[in-house]
Design a protein around this ligand. Structure first.
Ligand code: SF4
Length: 707
């Protein structure tokens, strides 16, 4: 029998799945077998783990799907062949040099991941912006967080989550919008649940077109029609103002733009707003009362708000509720975006997006550009805007970009409009895929494959949703010739003959990042790798060696805008997604299920996790199903002009009429891509954040007819 006895060596590390950032203790016995448990001393999870975290050791132990050595092919008609690291990196450097010489530096780019460690993110950003001379470096965090980033920058002056998870236990009212933390941020949700159990007067408002598991705890579920979020938040703002539940002193002293909000909020009366949102007006009033009377109002949101063609405006309309009530910078209060990926925030700290510079500096500001260029020892940085995630793939499809290097993400499944992504990868002259798993669908298009070390096989740092930087330990060896991503990147930089990449360890990379932040809003110059290893985790800023970290920002109500006032915005309330038609009358929402992560390359190989929901499905309302003659469990086709998906139907009253839901995780089932939700999504994006409109694509659902 496989026992876990004699566990001897404990390693403290951090879960690599979601942005909650739970502390984990890994024990390893004399035979190398692993045991995973929650760290009781970790301030985030206090010893508890969710199903994904509890099963992480299976992912590490099962090497059957791992990429073991570099592979390469000289043209797309040839199979990939095993090569040495030297050959793989020499060729990659030679191709990058040749393409950049012929077509310029903007002909190449990197597409990376919110699961990369901060040191990897820092290096790829330095390599691209500092040395290749292009800003074409973007990340799959573009798909989940960029609308929140833009919202924070506009309203608060920087990309800042003001509070901490410890505000949960101090809050009097939660508004959870476009998020299902009961399934997607389970440890956070457990803290909300416990707080509410111990304090029955605490209120929870949920805004979601689906009645999710989170709604079981809600006092009010505002089951709005997709795309009407801004109308709802304006209506709440109007009622808060009418009832005098706003903080006039805070508005006068610490904000600007209140009149612009008042103007748009009073354009539509509450009954009309309720009709548009398809919720009872009394629910809107009651929810506003909960907010207005709360001693501590905490709003939390995720992809249902961000993944929209008007995602930034949705963020601003929601942020307004915290600002007009003065619920920011004090215990139990504040806007609190929930990060999906474990290091989406760390990636932003080092500027790992086309629209950012390291240390939250601004690429459009010449002084900021020069500061970073001087720090990296290069003459200047490119002034050409970098391409964002969807823009890079569009540029590849159009032949404007020639090469892409994909690290730790599977765009063939996760990017919108899969047809376009496939066309882009086929058209690209050169595709490098750096990953851990043979199951990454994007490998089919790779010219060079670089096997990477996974969680526990390398060390480094990550930052969770509450600005907490955590250390991740190495406790096992990578299989075959797989290597830590930092080593792959600094070796490539040396092959390119770039100076400044003579690192020996991730510690040196992290310490360089800390030094670059000195004097900025995210100053962690008082931290350093050794201190982090010792203390395990700390919240930024940490501006000096004795600084204890910063659980809460804006306690003095001085914001990072030019005049230190937070900005209230009266944004347009209309959605700008595609519109339903008689051919495609239903609105498709895509999202997560409880026990799977992203495109299932890790969770999909854990049989315990597959037991929860083993097959892809589409949810539809009983009346929509009846109109189409659908029976629960039958195979249906969900389709539109972009593509089709064939899955079983789940008829449920938990989804709003006129709306259908598909999980985002599945790529191939039985080697066919007929379960891939992104066959159907559009590549429309928010004009500011460039985040895709994953939560609003028009489709039809009909019974599947065998050809
Ligand atoms: Fe990991 Fe997130 Fe689960 Fe915590 S809540 S154990 S970070 S997946």
């Amino acid at each position: 029998m496989h026992t876990r006895a004699n566990t001897v060596t404990p390693y403290k590390t951090t879960c690599s799945y979601c942005g909650v950032g739970c502390g984990i203790i890994v024990r390893k016995d004399s035979k190398g077998r692993l045991q995973v448990e929650g760290d009781p001393e970790h301030p985030v999870n206090r010893g508890v783990l969710c199903s994904k975290g509890r099963n992480l050791h299976y992912v590490v132990e099962d090497k059957s799907d791992r990429l073991l050595y570099p592979e390469m092919r000289w043209n797309r008609h040839m199979p990939l062949q095993r090569v040495s690291w030297e050959q793989a990196l020499e060729r990659t450097a030679a191709v990058f040099k040749a393409l950049m010489k012929k077509y310029g530096p903007d002909s190449v780019g990197f597409y990376v991941s919110g699961q990369c460690l901060t040191e990897e993110y820092y290096l790829v950003n330095k390599l691209t912006k500092g040395f290749l001379g292009t800003n074409n470096i973007d990340t799959n965090s573009r798909l989940c967080m960029s609308s929140a980033v833009a919202g924070y920058k506009k309203a608060l002056g920087d990309d800042i989550v003001p509070g901490s998870y410890d505000d949960i236990e101090k809050a009097g009212c939660f508004l959870i919008a476009g998020a299902n933390p009961a399934w997607c941020h389970p440890i956070l949700f457990r803290r909300i649940e416990q707080h509410k159990e111990q304090n029955p007067e605490v209120k929870l408002i949920v805004v979601d077109p689906r009645k999710t598991q989170t709604c079981a705890l809600a006092d009010i579920h505002l089951q709005i029609r997709p795309g009407t979020d801004i109308i709802l938040y304006h209506a709440m703002a109007r009622y808060l103002i009418e009832q005098d539940w706003v903080d006039w002193k805070f508005i006068a002293r610490h904000t600007e733009g209140f009149e612009s909000l008042k103007q748009v909020a009073f354009e539509r009366d509450l009954d009309e707003a309720a009709r548009r949102c398809e919720v009872p007006v009394e629910q809107i009033k009651e929810a506003a009362r909960y907010i207005g009377e709360a001693n501590g109002f905490l709003s939390m949101w995720a992809m249902g708000v961000n993944q929209s063609v008007v995602g930034v405006n949705k963020n601003l309309a929601l942020l307004n509720l915290s600002l007009i009530t003065g619920q920011i910078g004090k215990p139990g209060a504040g806007p609190f975006s929930l990060t999906g990926q474990p290091n989406a925030m760390g990636g932003r700290e080092v500027g790992g997006m086309a629209s950012l510079l390291a240390a939250h500096l601004n690429p459009a500001n010449p002084e900021h550009r020069q500061k970073v260029a001087d720090f990296w020892g290069v003459k200047s940085l490119s002034t050409t805007s970098g391409l964002t995630a969807t823009e890079m793939f569009e540029a590849l499809a159009e032949g404007k970009m020639k090469a892409i290097w994909i690290i730790c993400t599977n765009p063939m499944v996760s990017l919108p409009n899969s047809n376009l992504v496939e066309k882009a990868l086929q058209k690209a002259r050169f595709v490098v895929v750096q990953d851990i798993s043979k199951k990454a669908d994007t490998l089919a298009y790779a010219d060079v494959v670089l096997p990477a070390a996974g969680w526990g096989e390398k060390e480094g740092t990550m930052t969770n949703s509450e600005r907490r930087i955590s250390y991740l330990s190495k406790f096992t060896e990578a299989p075959g010739e797989a290597r830590p991503d930092v080593e792959i990147l600094w070796d490539f930089a040396r092959k390119m003959d770039f100076e400044g990449f003579d690192y020996q360890s991730p510690a040196e990379v992290f310490n360089e990042h800390c030094r670059l932040t000195q004097g900025t809003k995210i100053d962690i110059s008082g931290l350093g790798y050794e201190r982090l290893q010792r203390e395990r985790s700390i919240q930024w800023p940490v501006p000096d060696k004795k600084h204890p970290g910063t659980p809460r920002l804006f306690t003095d109500h001085r914001f990072y805008t030019g005049n230190e006032r937070a900005r209230i915005f009266g944004v347009p309330s209309e959605n700008a997604s595609e519109t339903t038609t008689p051919d495609f009358p239903l609105v498709l929402i895509t999202g997560r299920i409880r026990d799977q992560w992203h495109t299932m390359t890790r969770t999909g190989k854990v049989s315990r996790l597959n037991q929860h929901i083993s097959q892809p499905f589409v949810e539809i309302h009983p009346e929509d199903a009846h109109e189409r003659g659908l029976k629960n469990g039958q195979v249906v086709e969900v389709y539109n002009s972009r593509g089709r998906v064939r899955v079983t139907v789940k008829i449920t009253g938990t989804i709003k009429r006129g709306v259908v839901f598909l999980p985002m995780h599945w790529g191939k089932v039985l080697n066919k891509s007929f379960a891939r939700a992104n066959n159907l999504t559009s590549n429309r994006v928010d004009p500011v954040s460039k985040e895709p409109d994953f939560k609003y694509s028009t489709v039809q659902v009909l019974p599947y007819q065998k050809p």
